[in-house]
Write a protein that binds this ligand. Structure first.
Ligand code: HEC
Length: 132
Protein backbone atom coordinates (compact mmCIF):
# COMPACT_ATOMS: atom_id res chain seq x y z
CA UNK A 1 0.00 0.00 0.00
CA UNK A 2 1.18 3.50 -0.75
CA UNK A 3 2.46 5.21 2.39
CA UNK A 4 -0.04 8.04 2.15
CA UNK A 5 -2.95 5.67 1.66
CA UNK A 6 -1.78 3.70 4.68
CA UNK A 7 -1.70 6.90 6.70
CA UNK A 8 -5.22 7.80 5.59
CA UNK A 9 -6.46 4.32 6.49
CA UNK A 10 -4.79 4.57 9.88
CA UNK A 11 -6.27 7.94 10.71
CA UNK A 12 -9.72 6.74 9.59
CA UNK A 13 -9.27 3.89 12.04
CA UNK A 14 -8.26 6.08 14.95
CA UNK A 15 -10.25 9.28 14.56
CA UNK A 16 -13.57 7.88 15.87
CA UNK A 17 -11.74 6.75 18.98
CA UNK A 18 -10.27 10.23 19.45
CA UNK A 19 -13.66 11.85 18.98
CA UNK A 20 -15.30 9.58 21.51
CA UNK A 21 -12.61 10.11 24.13
CA UNK A 22 -13.75 11.98 27.25
CA UNK A 23 -12.07 15.25 28.25
CA UNK A 24 -8.56 14.30 29.27
CA UNK A 25 -6.79 15.38 32.43
CA UNK A 26 -4.67 17.61 30.30
CA UNK A 27 -7.71 19.49 29.01
CA UNK A 28 -8.85 20.15 32.57
CA UNK A 29 -5.37 21.36 33.53
CA UNK A 30 -5.30 23.70 30.56
CA UNK A 31 -8.81 24.81 31.48
CA UNK A 32 -7.65 25.59 35.00
CA UNK A 33 -4.97 27.88 33.57
CA UNK A 34 -7.60 29.58 31.44
CA UNK A 35 -9.77 29.97 34.57
CA UNK A 36 -7.14 32.43 35.83
CA UNK A 37 -8.77 34.92 33.45
CA UNK A 38 -12.04 34.61 35.39
CA UNK A 39 -10.78 34.47 38.97
CA UNK A 40 -10.68 38.21 39.59
CA UNK A 41 -14.46 38.18 39.29
CA UNK A 42 -15.73 34.62 39.83
CA UNK A 43 -15.32 31.82 42.35
CA UNK A 44 -16.01 28.12 41.85
CA UNK A 45 -15.75 25.06 44.09
CA UNK A 46 -16.83 24.39 47.68
CA UNK A 47 -17.70 27.56 49.55
CA UNK A 48 -17.57 29.69 46.37
CA UNK A 49 -19.04 33.15 46.93
CA UNK A 50 -20.46 35.82 44.67
CA UNK A 51 -17.83 38.50 44.24
CA UNK A 52 -17.76 40.86 41.24
CA UNK A 53 -19.63 38.15 39.32
CA UNK A 54 -21.81 35.24 40.51
CA UNK A 55 -20.28 31.95 41.65
CA UNK A 56 -20.15 29.45 38.79
CA UNK A 57 -20.89 26.10 40.46
CA UNK A 58 -23.13 23.77 38.48
CA UNK A 59 -23.14 26.25 35.59
CA UNK A 60 -24.13 23.81 32.85
CA UNK A 61 -27.87 23.27 33.01
CA UNK A 62 -28.33 26.43 35.07
CA UNK A 63 -30.69 29.20 33.90
CA UNK A 64 -28.90 32.52 33.45
CA UNK A 65 -29.37 35.04 36.22
CA UNK A 66 -30.45 32.63 38.96
CA UNK A 67 -27.69 32.54 41.60
CA UNK A 68 -29.20 33.48 44.98
CA UNK A 69 -28.00 36.73 46.44
CA UNK A 70 -26.31 38.00 43.29
CA UNK A 71 -27.51 41.25 41.76
CA UNK A 72 -27.56 40.66 38.00
CA UNK A 73 -28.06 43.17 35.24
CA UNK A 74 -31.53 43.08 33.69
CA UNK A 75 -29.83 42.00 30.45
CA UNK A 76 -28.42 38.86 32.02
CA UNK A 77 -31.48 38.09 34.13
CA UNK A 78 -33.86 38.43 31.18
CA UNK A 79 -31.64 36.73 28.59
CA UNK A 80 -33.69 33.53 28.67
CA UNK A 81 -30.47 31.56 28.40
CA UNK A 82 -29.94 28.10 29.83
CA UNK A 83 -26.23 27.47 29.98
CA UNK A 84 -25.12 24.56 27.86
CA UNK A 85 -21.83 24.05 26.07
CA UNK A 86 -22.87 25.69 22.81
CA UNK A 87 -24.38 28.78 24.41
CA UNK A 88 -21.47 29.13 26.82
CA UNK A 89 -18.98 28.93 23.92
CA UNK A 90 -20.81 31.70 22.06
CA UNK A 91 -21.05 33.81 25.20
CA UNK A 92 -17.45 33.52 26.31
CA UNK A 93 -16.19 34.44 22.83
CA UNK A 94 -17.85 37.81 23.13
CA UNK A 95 -20.07 38.29 26.21
CA UNK A 96 -21.46 41.66 25.11
CA UNK A 97 -22.48 40.31 21.71
CA UNK A 98 -24.37 37.36 23.21
CA UNK A 99 -25.94 39.37 26.05
CA UNK A 100 -26.02 43.05 25.02
CA UNK A 101 -26.01 45.15 28.17
CA UNK A 102 -24.30 42.58 30.39
CA UNK A 103 -22.21 44.05 33.16
CA UNK A 104 -19.54 41.37 32.67
CA UNK A 105 -16.60 43.33 31.34
CA UNK A 106 -14.53 40.71 29.57
CA UNK A 107 -13.08 40.85 26.08
CA UNK A 108 -13.69 37.17 25.44
CA UNK A 109 -11.76 34.02 24.57
CA UNK A 110 -11.60 33.44 20.83
CA UNK A 111 -9.74 30.12 20.72
CA UNK A 112 -12.06 27.09 20.45
CA UNK A 113 -9.59 24.71 22.10
CA UNK A 114 -9.20 27.05 25.07
CA UNK A 115 -12.99 27.32 25.38
CA UNK A 116 -13.28 23.52 25.31
CA UNK A 117 -10.61 23.19 28.00
CA UNK A 118 -12.24 25.86 30.15
CA UNK A 119 -15.60 24.09 29.72
CA UNK A 120 -14.04 20.81 30.90
CA UNK A 121 -12.67 22.62 33.94
CA UNK A 122 -16.01 24.27 34.80
CA UNK A 123 -17.99 21.06 34.29
CA UNK A 124 -16.15 19.37 37.13
CA UNK A 125 -18.09 21.32 39.73
CA UNK A 126 -21.62 20.36 40.76
CA UNK A 127 -24.22 22.71 42.25
CA UNK A 128 -22.74 22.28 45.74
CA UNK A 129 -19.24 23.07 44.46
CA UNK A 130 -18.08 19.49 44.95
CA UNK A 131 -16.29 17.81 42.07
CA UNK A 132 -18.67 15.46 40.25
C1 HEC B 1 -14.09 41.78 35.21
C2 HEC B 1 -14.92 40.81 35.86
C3 HEC B 1 -15.26 39.52 35.14
C4 HEC B 1 -14.42 38.65 34.51
C5 HEC B 1 -12.93 38.77 34.29
C6 HEC B 1 -15.25 37.53 34.10
N1 HEC B 1 -16.55 37.73 34.47
FE1 HEC B 1 -18.12 36.50 34.14
N2 HEC B 1 -19.39 37.83 34.98
C7 HEC B 1 -19.01 39.03 35.55
C8 HEC B 1 -20.19 39.76 35.98
C9 HEC B 1 -20.20 41.13 36.64
C10 HEC B 1 -21.29 38.94 35.64
C11 HEC B 1 -22.77 39.27 35.83
C12 HEC B 1 -23.27 39.79 34.50
C13 HEC B 1 -24.60 40.51 34.54
O1 HEC B 1 -25.34 40.44 35.53
O2 HEC B 1 -24.86 41.18 33.53
C14 HEC B 1 -20.75 37.74 35.02
C15 HEC B 1 -21.53 36.68 34.53
C16 HEC B 1 -21.02 35.51 34.03
C17 HEC B 1 -21.81 34.39 33.62
C18 HEC B 1 -23.30 34.28 33.70
C19 HEC B 1 -23.67 33.60 35.00
C20 HEC B 1 -25.15 33.45 35.29
O3 HEC B 1 -25.45 32.99 36.39
O4 HEC B 1 -25.99 33.77 34.43
C21 HEC B 1 -20.93 33.42 33.21
C22 HEC B 1 -21.29 32.05 32.67
C23 HEC B 1 -19.61 33.95 33.35
N3 HEC B 1 -19.69 35.24 33.85
C24 HEC B 1 -18.46 33.26 33.06
C25 HEC B 1 -17.17 33.82 33.08
C26 HEC B 1 -15.98 33.09 32.75
C27 HEC B 1 -15.92 31.62 32.41
C28 HEC B 1 -14.94 33.99 32.82
C29 HEC B 1 -13.49 33.76 32.49
C30 HEC B 1 -13.18 33.27 31.18
C31 HEC B 1 -15.50 35.25 33.25
N4 HEC B 1 -16.86 35.11 33.40
C32 HEC B 1 -14.77 36.40 33.45
C33 HEC B 1 -17.73 39.50 35.67
C34 HEC B 1 -16.60 38.95 35.11
Amino acid sequence: MHALARLAALSALFSPVLLAAPASAQDVAAGERSWNKCRACHQIGEGAKNIVGPQLNGLFGRTAGTVDGYSYSAANKNSGITWDEAVFAEYIKDPRAKIPGTKMVFAGIKNDKEIADLTAFLKQFGKDGKKL
